[in-house]
Design a protein around this ligand. Structure first.
Ligand SMILES: Cc1ncc(C[n+]2csc(CCO)c2C)c(N)n1
Length: 233
């Protein structure tokens, strides 16, 4: 009987989609992201504005580079549909970047030229490296946390802040809880599962490593904004 249960469980694991298995493995790291003071204070509305400004400026830099990484992946896809999907994701990232410049940059008085912080540069360069030189399935796994973790964190913050009155960060919070963003996230998850299903188990493990690395870099991105991270020299 015990053997039967174990074998049913094993079959269940192997029939799970790559993204479902990956999310299970990444959950402790995801919970650490929810616990970050940046996200807690953003939810409460008491995040110091200097930290938000720092984050916004770094995010604008990030989005520009992220757009380039998505375009590179687009050009490496086999299926025309996927070429189009990634081209649209790239356009989406650049449109958000432009909107930040037109909106928050003007109201918060952020200068136009941005020097990336160490963590921001580490993250963007990691994504660009995978997009250009990694197996394309691994590159897709590397950009997925940007979509998926943001959606999860965005929804979590959105639900929590219903109890908070006059949160100055409400506009920003609303953008990531939107329907349009949800559709992109679903598409990115489905494409990753499709590519994983065509990959060997060793490539699937490399995909997991890339997803884990990018998730860690998401944690570092928020943490570095909270610390107003500077270059040591
Ligand atoms: C550090 C950082 N990580 C993820 C996002 C979220 N995000 C921005 S654009 C985009 C895709 C648009 O097609 C996604 C998922 C962010 N803003 N900053």
């Amino acid at each position: 009987m015990a053997l039967l249960i174990i074998s049913i469980n094993l079959n269940h694991k192997s029939s799970m989609k790559w993204t479902a298995k990956t999310w299970e493995r990444i959950t402790p790291l995801y919970e650490k992201i929810l616990d970050l003071p940046f996200n807690k204070e953003l939810t409460q509305g008491n995040l110091p504005v200097e930290k938000f400004k720092f984050y916004m400026a770094q995010d604008a830099y990030y989005l520009g580079e992220f757009g380039k990484a998505l375009s590179t992946i687009s050009g490496r896809m086999d299926k025309m549909e996927h070429v189009l999907d990634f081209a649209q994701f790239a356009a989406g990232a650049i449109v958000v970047e432009r909107a930040l410049h037109e909106g928050y940059f003007k109201t918060l008085g952020i200068p136009d030229t941005i020097e990336p912080s160490p963590s921001c540069l580490l993250y963007t360069n990691y994504l660009l490296k995978e997009a250009k030189y990694g197996d394309v399935a691994v590159a897709v796994a590397a950009v997925l946390p940007c979509f998926w973790i943001y959606k999860k964190v965005g929804d979590h913050i959105f639900e929590q802040q219903s109890e908070v009155q006059n949160n100055p960060y409400k506009n920003w919070i609303d953008t990531y809880a939107g329907e349009e963003f949800a559709a992109s996230v679903h598409k990115a998850i489905a494409i990753t599962d499709e590519l994983a299903a065509q990959s060997s188990s060793s490539t699937q493990e490399t995909m997991f490593k890339a997803f884990e690395m990018a998730s860690r870099l998401e944690w570092m991105f928020w943490d570095s904004a909270y610390r107003l991270e500077q270059w040591p020299v």
